[in-house]
Design a protein around this ligand. Structure first.
Ligand code: Z5A
Length: 212
């Protein structure tokens, strides 16, 4: 039986990583075999590319940024995600193709059809079964992310972008959800994380996720 493929999307500070980890633990405690990972990254090559993609001190052209993200994606899909789905494992992925459409497409202005073709090529045509879009207003998201950044002591390439860029990205995510309502569930991440989690769980429980 093919595994179920869940992606978590949203702007920075939306709570993706927190929710991905909770979802992973919750599914496991309910008897699912799961695998949770992130993009860009998740493989040796992907993590090396991630450093190049995020390093704010090394300028990247828009074209190079897109292709590096897609290269990391092609690697994680072939090496990690597709084999696990074939084994019937439920895969949870923290960011995926919608991030490229939102950041490189709506944010940077790359042609959306071109991005769609690159995504499809990198994923060998596999698309997520369910996407949870955590939606939060840009100021709240940035405030949360800023606290994490202060602790880390550095900024990545996307954290140096201004608020207008992040507004475009948020609008992009919401536009994707509007166009693909059967795949994308929008959950407000404005509230406390425990409230967000309860909403996610209620939505997930409505989907029949096949057990391996
Ligand atoms: N990128 C791209 O441009 N194109 C692509 O195709 C892909 C990626 C795949 C790295 O992603 C960058 O790559 C990303 C876009 C680009 N940069 N940006 N922006 P990343 O996923 O590694 O980085 P991130 O999105 O910036 O991570 P983040 O700021 O950690 O966001 P998060 O995962 O959504 O949040 P979190 O780690 O779960 O929570 C952050 C903090 O907020 C933490 O202290 C939480 O306790 C707190 N938090 C979260 N939710 C709440 C709520 N609801 N209430 C209160 N506090 C909360």
């Amino acid at each position: 039986m093919a595994g179920f493929f869940i992606t978590i999307e949203g702007i920075e500070g939306a709570g993706k990583t927190t929710i991905a980890k909770r979802l992973d633990a919750w599914l496991q405690s309910n008897g699912y075999k799961t695998f949770c990972t992130r993009e860009p990254g998740g493989t040796e090559i992907g993590e090396t590319l991630r450093e190049l993609i995020l390093n704010a001190e090394r300028p990247l052209t828009v074209q190079a940024e897109l292709l590096l993200i897609e290269a990391a994606r092609a690697q994680i899909m072939d090496e990690v995600i597709l084999p696990r789905l074939e084994e019937g494992i439920t895969v949870i992925l923290d960011r995926h193709c919608d991030s490229t459409t939102a950041y490189q497409g709506y944010g940077r202005g790359v042609n959306i059809n071109l991005i769609s073709q690159c995504n499809s090529f990198a994923c060998q045509g596999r698309t997520p079964d369910l996407t949870i879009l955590l939606d939060v207003d840009v100021k709240t998201g940035l405030m949360r992310a800023m606290k994490v950044r202060e602790r880390a002591g550095f900024q990545d390439r996307f954290e140096t972008e201004d608020i207008d860029f992040m507004e475009l990205v948020r609008k992009g995510f919401l536009e994707i959800a509007r166009r693909e309502p059967s795949r994308v569930t929008v959950v407000s991440s404005q509230e406390d994380i425990d409230v967000v989690w309860e909403t996610v769980i209620a939505d997930i429980s409505n989907c029949l996720i096949p057990k391996s």
